[in-house]
Design a protein around this ligand. Structure first.
Ligand code: FAD
Ligand code: NAI
Length: 487
């Protein structure tokens, strides 16, 4: 490729592929360079999200939840199933098929939108003074090509954070890739880190029969969530699912034996403990991925944790170089990455004027929804009680339990509740927190309400279908001003 193109996107995950498509839709000549290969060495677009993240994890969460329901819950409906078994390889094959459908789907979308797709690792070459294009060296095995682009969008994503005392082999010590590809449920599964991946992947294998022990360093459970929700979640995961969750631990060492893994740790009372498991998932966070990108050569600014530094519009310190998604600050979520991708594409198309702003233009992080796809699901948007107290903001609380919701009871899914936090002075919604059935879908109403600066009174005065799970949000909003009806 010798011609000068308008935009080169490095990375084909939800940040990069969406940015590339939007650029092309806007008439910009666009290339997307992505290094991900499937087991047959072919390009597999979609990044972490499609290959080893959002989509495969949700496929296994869905399958394993069916099995758990059949084994433990379906008899409440008067349906008795004896001898239900699980075929893990078939479950994994179904997951792989979904992944392939979506990764090849992006390749088709690229064709349809005129995005040129290049397989390989992209590196920004050092730019000489006076150059008005960026030269990107793309390496794929022994092949190398140079792409010249006026604008570059870096969307190289993130990688699992490693523990210093052990290497991931994806045989016995697993990261998300290994945890999504087991051929059978291990008898005993250890999980280090009770974060989003630890809980989702721990749930999958726990539902399929593994004895799961989760070891978490922080003194409290799910510290990013509202602590009332976190407490409810811990209770349900321990009692209903049977997960053993230990918080406040300090991992001392991990030893791989012939058939087992030994984890030595200090518990929250400083006692020396040992956990023997068959497999161990390490899910202790993710780090920005910038290896081999040519950062140092060009003086691309990164912060002390390795994230590429960007302004509110995702501009880096280099001219016409932007960065989006997990490789920059903000929540490591696919929908945040895509939103930034679209926004940067539109900025480039508009000619990126002199506009510099302190206001976050791209995504309002306060209204980015979070969802944990456990059972029950957990979802939230905005501030929680801890952050409001810390900021000294006076607030009112309305809460409604699913046990009092007709639809939830009909579904045999009465665990959990919805909580609405509203400003004590003007009633504006400051945060909404949910644990319960299908809250991954219910949270959208709360996001919409917050984006439109709604008050709890606004949600309270909207008619919600009956019987529906959404009535719980209605009742929680009514509850902010002590007007709940069914509790
Ligand atoms: P990535 O998806 O990581 O994509 C980066 C791409 O860039 C990769 O294809 C990589 O190969 C490529 N690349 C890197 N360097 C180069 C280079 N130099 N040259 C060429 N290509 C390069 N988020 C949610 O919102 N919802 C979920 O349910 C969810 N579930 C998750 C489950 C798991 C198990 C994991 C691990 C993550 C999950 N996430 C979820 C997070 C989500 O996957 C990420 O936030 C999202 O993928 C970030 O998108 P991105 O485009 O920034 O980076
Ligand atoms: P995380 O940040 O959610 O959780 C990591 C956990 O590991 C934390 O609770 C942390 O305290 C703990 N930890 C760190 N070091 C430890 C140690 N030495 N010993 C014991 N515990 C330790 O990170 P996770 O689960 O790896 O996921 C990474 C990111 O991927 C998430 O933050 C999220 O952005 C994204 N993701 C999103 C999902 C979703 O939206 N449903 C699903 C999965 C991942």
């Amino acid at each position: 490729m010798s011609e000068r193109i308008d935009v080169a996107v490095i990375g084909g995950g939800p940040g990069g592929y969406v940015a590339a498509m939007r650029c092309a839709q806007l008439g910009l000549d666009t290339v997307c360079i992505d290094a991900w290969k499937n087991s047959r060495g072919r390009a597999s677009l979609g990044g972490t999200c499609l290959n080893v993240g959002c989509i495969p994890s949700k496929a296994l969460l869905e399958s394993s939840e069916h099995f758990f329901q059949i084994k433990h819950k379906i008899s409440a409906h008067g349906i008795h199933v004896d001898g239900a078994t699980v075929d893990v390889p078939a479950m994994i094959a179904r997951k792989d098929k979904i992944v392939t459908t979506f990764t090849t789907g992006i390749a088709s979308l690229f064709k349809k939108n005129n995005v040129k797709s290049v397989l390989g690792t992209g590196k920004l070459l050092k730019r000489s003074d006076g150059d008005d294009v960026w030269r990107i060296e793309v390496t794929n095995g022994d092949d190398t090509q140079i792409i010249e682009a006026k604008n570059v969008i870096v969307a190289t994503g993130s990688a699992p954070r490693q523990l210093p005392m052990i290497d991931i082999d994806n045989e016995k010590i697993l990261d998300n890739t290994g945890a999504l590809a087991l051929s059978e449920a291990p008898k005993r599964l250890g999980v280090i880190g009770a974060g989003v991946i630890g809980l989702e992947m721990g749930s999958v294998w726990c539902r399929l029969g593994s004895e799961v022990t989760v070891l978490e360093a922080m003194p409290d459970f799910l510290m990013a969530a509202d602590q009332q929700i976190a407490k409810e979640a811990k209770k349900i995961f321990s009692k209903e699912l049977g997960m053993a969750i230990h918080t406040g631990v300090e991992i001392q060492s991990i030893a791989i034996n012939k058939n087992t893994v030994d984890v030595h740790y200090k518990d929250n009372e400083d006692q020396e403990c040992q956990l023997e498991v068959d497999k161990l998932i390490v899910a202790v966070g993710r780090v920005p991925h910038t290896e081999g990108l040519g950062i140092q050569e060009n003086g691309l600014e990164v912060d002390e944790r390795g994230f590429i530094v960007v302004d509110a519009d995702c501009r880096t310190n280099l001219p016409n170089v932007y960065a989006v998604g997990d490789v920059v600050r903000g929540p490591m979520l696919a929908h945040k990455a895509s939103e930034e991708g679209v926004s940067v594409a539109e900025l480039i198309h508009a000619g990126d004027s002199e506009r510099q702003t302190d206001i976050n233009q791209v995504a309002n992080f306060n209204t980015v929804p979070w969802v944990i796809y456990t059972a029950p699901e957990i979802a939230w948007v905005g501030q929680n009680e801890q952050t409001l107290k810390e900021a000294g903001i006076a607030y009112k609380v309305g809460q409604f339990p699913f046990i009092a919701n007709g639809r939830a009871r009909a579904m045999n899914a009465g665990s959990g509740f919805i909580k609405v936090l509203a400003d004590a002075e003007n009633d504006r919604i400051l945060g909404v927190h949910m644990i319960g059935p299908h809250v991954s879908e219910l949270i959208a109403e709360a996001v919409m309400a917050m984006e439109f600066f709604a008050s709890s009174e606004d949600i309270a005065s909207i008619i919600h279908a009956h019987p529906s799970l959404s009535e719980s949000l209605h009742e929680a909003a009514l509850g902010v001003n002590d007007r709940a009806l069914h509790i």
